[in-house]
Design a protein around this ligand. Sequence first.
Ligand code: TXA
Ligand code: MG
Length: 327
Amino acid sequence: MKTRVVCAEQGLDEAVSLIKSGELVVFPTETVYGLGADALNPEAVKKIFEAKGRPQDNPLIVHIASVEQAREIAREVPPEFYALAERFMPGPLTVVLEKSEAVPSVVTAGGHTVAIRMPRNEIARKLIALSSPVAAPSANRSKHVSPTAAEHVLYDLDGRVPLILDGGECGVGIESTVLDLTTDIPTVLRPGAVTADMISEVLGKVSSAGKIIGVAKSPGMKYEHYAPTVPAVAAFDEIKAFARYDEERQAGGNPVLIMRERHRAAAGGRSFISLGDTPEECMQRVYAALREAEKDYSFVIIEGLNGEGAEASVMNRIMKSVGGRVL
Ligand code: TXA
Ligand code: MG
């Protein structure tokens, strides 16, 4: 199959036809690029798992174009959903509800709940509004780093999808927060740009499943994820990071530091990829930095972040990308 990359506005009509005829389309969202298919067509959804090499037991997010569309997807839409929608939708928040009959079981990996999200990207919403609710995981090969630019998608999925809509760089940069509303206390299954504190301002009590090690309620959390193709470690300490770098260098390796801009001067002449400085910049850049690093270097030393909120969400992805290895 030949893969074409087309400017998002120009490719919209073709993308709508492809989705309607049961084919795959990669589209931009504000978080990461999505690999979409008609969520109500099980044969189309199966193609997502094939193209990504994704395990069948990991369910997909259904993307909608309006808050009202949630009623087609969920058995019942509780008032908490509307309260969250008021504040965070469209945006980087996914909400898990009991699924409706309309959603095929391949989407939910056989489960009785469904993850629902309304992306902020206009082209993504037009695509959905003009075709169907769209099931979409991140548009990377399974286990690789999520794509935040069309070129990242092409690198992973060339020859596996007919069309990539190029909408430029994703503004948020990590995947949406996943919040389960089917539990007694709303539970954050995957942290993101919408933090537990922000959700708690709307709903009151919220729990964070990510903190309970070994519990894989969000099936995706049990898989190795977001990993670059070269070995990587995290370092909370500048001195340790530089020492490891120098050691690697002496052993004949080609290491790189991925750190906040504030460490650049101290890093001296060592190879350096910047994360920017604010938590939002780190979030937006982390995946592109990992992809750049694996292309040009043989060993990655990435800065660990200590903060709460958005910084903790970035750190969640950094820990997965290094497989838990910390200096
Ligand atoms: O920002 C995003 O969420 C991106 C863009 C494309 O929207 N999508 C994305 O999809 O990250 P994916 O498939 O890479 O991650 C979806 C996560 C997985 O960890 C999956 O296990 C979880 O959401 N998930 C999906 N359905 C679920 C459900 N019914 N219950 C619990 N977790 C669910
Ligand atoms: Mg993913």
